[in-house]
Design a protein around this ligand. Structure first.
Ligand code: TYD
Ligand code: MG
Length: 447
């Protein structure tokens, strides 16, 4: 056995890519598979703060944190009411989705410093001009060295700091190349410490790697206060900002934007995004209401049912859970007497929207029936209901608010579960309301 004390004197070898420690040098890191990334580390990585302090839980920060509005209502909604001083917000998303545009628009609403390792100050200035945002309070820097950023922020005390992006950051004192996991992790930790110490909120931008994690194995999510994902369909101009983690608010809210020639615009008429007025009257289309945080969004489900030439009929879903679709198709066969065993079933949620709620089951089922029978669902008909394996249509959460949204959007007929249908009058719906107990009853009414 080796004595513990002698270990300390031996040089440590650290992989610059993943941060794994090795007892001796090797050409390839067996933890992450990276070649030529292992180097000798002379000293242990610097600790964040050496001074420990105690604070009274009751006394310190008894009041809720004051928030700074970002100037963008949708962003404020997603963050839970604005930017909390000293907080660190990580905005992730595919390259080109609009993260830099969003960050710049937010930065321009306050006195801020925009650190960009991806674009030159001139490019950022040109972008600000194109966006026509007031850029007077914003200073731009192309520094990506964390020590320099720390110094600048401490000196200037801006209202907000944007780092575009975490993948370009590096620490002088740490081995490893820029963009390596070790560098990103330690750089982020330093910036978190900076934000907490100075009270300056920091917005970090991170590209999502191909496997969907920000900069590798989800390693930054636990370091920061808030993780937002910016997503959307590149073929369309809308973008959704989704909270994945939020220490200062709910994670249910979504922010809706549209990418225009003048940057990101907030979407006021949210239903216009996912409801197309043209296809809603064709066979295979049904409209339902989805609960997204504090809001209700109407969306359209499109189904296509075709006879298959394969022995195994296909089921495909876009924006909807495939297993749920298989289940609904099975329930329709058993309790709706449909012959889907010889048919391919494709389901798509219009506009690239995705739904996770079981409240949309009824709309998915009725869209399938509509396509199979080639009979459109009457115009201005909305529906909401969960489907049980027994073929029963069950009530949904917060039906009151869903009904109100249907009423506001001019719907004339609602198909709901029996129990939910009793709420319609109360919710101010004046059109026709049909309460159904089973999918067979829903089919009888609609087709
Ligand atoms: P960007 O913010 O650079 O994306 P990210 O930082 O996530 O990589 O936005 C890139 C796209 O947005 C680019 O393809 C062009 C488009 N865009 C507009 O359509 N309008 C605009 O006003 C701006 C600034 C960008
Ligand atoms: Mg960018």
């Amino acid at each position: 056995m080796t004595a513990k004390g002698s270990d300390k004197k031996r040089p440590r070898f650290v992989c610059a890519s993943c941060g794994a420690e090795h007892p001796k040098w090797a050409g390839c890191c067996d933890a992450c598979g990276e070649w030529n990334a292992i180097t000798a580390a002379e000293s242990a990585p610097a600790r964040l703060s050496s001074r420990a302090e105690l604070h009274s839980l009751a006394g310190a920060g008894g009041e809720p944190p004051l928030r700074t509005t970002s100037g963008i209502a949708e962003f404020d909604l997603v963050t839970g009411g604005g930017i909390v001083p000293g907080s660190v917000i990580l905005v992730g998303g595919d390259p080109g989705i609009g993260k830099s545009t969003l960050a710049l628009q937010i930065a321009c609403s306050m006195k801020s410093i925009y650190f960009s390792g991806e674009e030159s100050p001139l490019q950022i200035r040109q972008r600000a001009q194109r966006l026509a945002v007031p850029a007077d309070g914003v200073q731009v820097s192309s520094s990506t060295i964390v020590e320099e950023i720390q110094e600048i922020v401490q000196d200037r005390k801006p209202e907000c700091v944007v780092i575009d992006s975490v993948q370009t950051l590096s620490l002088r004192e740490l081995p490893g190349f820029r963009g390596s996991i070790g560098q990103i992790r330690e750089s982020t930790a330093r910036l978190v410490e900076l934000a907490k110490r100075t009270g300056v909120p920091v917005m970090l931008i991170g590209h999502i790697t191909k496997d969907g994690a920000i900069a590798g194995p989800k390693m930054l999510e636990h370091l920061v206060d808030t993780v937002l994902y910016f997503e959307g369909d590149f073929s369309r101009d809308y973008r959704i900002l989704r909270a994945f983690k939020n220490r200062f608010g709910s994670v249910n809210e979504i922010g809706l934007f549209r990418m225009t020639g003048k940057g990101l615009e907030e979407v006021r008429d949210k239903n216009s995004l996912f409801l197309s007025p043209f296809s809603s009257h064709s066979a295979g289309s049904a409209v339902s209401a989805s609960l997204e945080g504090s809001r209700i969004i109407l969306f359209e489900v499109q189904a296509l049912v075709t006879f298959t030439s394969f022995s195994n009929p296909r089921r495909m879903a876009d924006g909807f859970d495939l297993n749920r679709l298989i289940l609904i198709a099975a329930v329709l066969e058993k309790h709706g007497m449909l012959k889907l065993g010889t048919c391919d079933v494709f389901v798509n949620v219009a506009g690239g929207f995705s739904i996770t709620e079981t409240a949309s089951d009824l709309a998915v089922a009725m869209a399938i029936v509509s396509s199979l029978r080639e009979r459109p669902i009457p115009a201005h008909t909305g529906m909401a209901g969960e489907i049980a394996l027994s073929g029963e249509v069950r009530p949904v959460a917060q039906v009151h608010r869903r009904i109100q949204e249907f009423a506001r959007s001019g719907f004339k007929t609602l198909v709901l579960s029996k129990k939910d249908s009793l709420e319609a009058r109360d919710a101010g719906f004046t059109g026709e309301v049909v309460g159904v107990a089973t999918i067979a009853e829903a089919m009888d009414f609609l087709f």
